[in-house]
Design a binder for this molecule. Structure first.
Ligand SMILES: C[S@@+](CC[C@H](N)C(=O)[O-])C[C@H]1O[C@@H](n2cnc3c(N)ncnc32)[C@H](O)[C@@H]1O
Length: 348
């Protein structure tokens, strides 16, 4: 529960708020999933539309954010019924089935919230000295420190190159492993220092802090963020395919990040239409909106939505993703990399 003895600040501006609410085409009484509740900014706007006859299902891997968001919604006048789950969003089907709910609309706002980034104890930021943690869910999983303790130099270089798209990945990895093997890699400050020294004189030419991409890559890896998204899209695909009596093979329907990790759900996706799902958790005309901040995430979403459209299972509202206006980017620099994609399911 949120501690009411101190006043907690929201410390996060929701990105593309109006656009997401509009894409979800909400109606009074709807059942809506906010799969990344965060600080409840999007959830609050949704709650105001669906009202006390509606149900808002909030998921988050971060227990603290989840509690904060649910308190924020429950304290609204005319608050909807709130169902919370401290869970990875790839478990959304189980959460909804467990509550005998069927979602009219679903949204996810990927990544991290500003309060997580600015809390030194979470270890997400090179700007704040703290432990090398970086887990969104601090109750489970491997920390960045543990990951860095076990990777080889070439694995780390690949990770920084693929997830961080940093052209200096090889020399950064070499430096980090050198510092680690000396026993001097124990905090976010140590990691940031290692990356800056790998950049050498090039650090001055870099527009962003040299450690930005390395920290992003490690956060994505620690939390298996691409795997979670890939699995979520497969879970949707399995449900949506079940809305159609005759399965059609589509070679483009396999959703993959291309990072070499095999997803067990890939194997069942093609068979989904043939096997009746245990119980329907998604409305046949559900609206789905996903906000991504990384090109690899956006690519996965685009591929999945395009494939569903090609199969006649869904319509995309636009071919290109929605991006934030210059005014929103000025007010909230985090909005700069945001890409919103929306789709409407057209089940029969
Ligand atoms: C960008 S913030 C969401 C902010 C929220 N829309 C708001 O307006 O306050 C992302 C949130 O999603 C959570 N998160 C990230 N990946 C997740 C996943 N796979 N499953 C559930 N929650 C996740 C993070 O812990 C964080 O709280």
């Amino acid at each position: 529960m949120v501690n009411h003895d101190h006043v907690e600040i929201i410390d996060h501006l929701p990105v593309l708020l109006k656009e997401i609410v509009q894409a979800l085409a909400l109606e009074v009484g709807n059942t809506v999933v906010d799969a990344t509740a965060g600080r409840g900014g999007h959830a609050q706007a949704i709650a105001k539309v669906i009202g006390s006859q509606g149900t808002l299902v909030l998921l988050d891997r971060d227990q603290h954010n989840l509690a904060f968001a649910s308190e924020r919604i429950r304290s609204l006048p005319d608050a909807p019924r709130v169902v919370t789950a401290h869970a990875n969003f790839c478990n959304v089907a189980d959460v909804l089935r467990g509550e005998s709910l069927r979602a009219d609309a679903f949204m996810a706002d990927l990544g991290f919230s500003s309060n997580q980034m600015s809390d030194p104890a979470r270890g997400f930021s090179f700007a704040n000295a703290g432990p090398l943690d970086m887990r969104l869910d601090q109750s489970t999983g491997e920390s960045a420190h543990a990951l860095l303790a076990r990777v080889t130099e070439s694995e780390l270089a690949d990770l920084i190159f693929q997830l961080g798209e940093d052209p200096f990945s090889r020399r950064i990895a070499r430096r980090i492993i050198y510092v680690r093997d000396l026993g001097l890699l124990n905090s976010t400050a140590d990691l940031a220092k290692a990356v800056v020294s790998a950049y050498g004189g090039k650090a001055r030419q870099s527009r962003m802090h040299p450690a930005t991409r390395t920290f992003m890559a490690l956060r994505i890896a620690v939390n298996n963020e691409l795997d979670s998204l890939e699995t979520l899209l497969q879970v949707f695909q399995q449900e949506i395919a079940g809305f159609w009596p005759l399965p059609r093979a589509d070679p483009g329907s396999r959703v993959t990040s291309g990072l070499g990790k095999k997803n067990a759900l890939d194997e069942v996706a093609g068979l989904a239409a043939a096997s009746a799902s245990p119980s329907q958790w998604l409305d046949k005309n559900a609206r789905i909106a996903i906000l991504a901040f990384h090109s690899l995430e956006d690519r996965l979403i685009k591929r999945a939505f395009t494939s569903w459209e090609r199969q006649g299972w869904a319509t995309r509202l636009a071919r290109k993703p929605l991006v934030a206006s210059e005014a929103e980017c000025e007010a909230n620099p985090r909005a700069r990399s945001a890409k919103l994609r929306e789709v409407r399911i057209v089940g029969i």
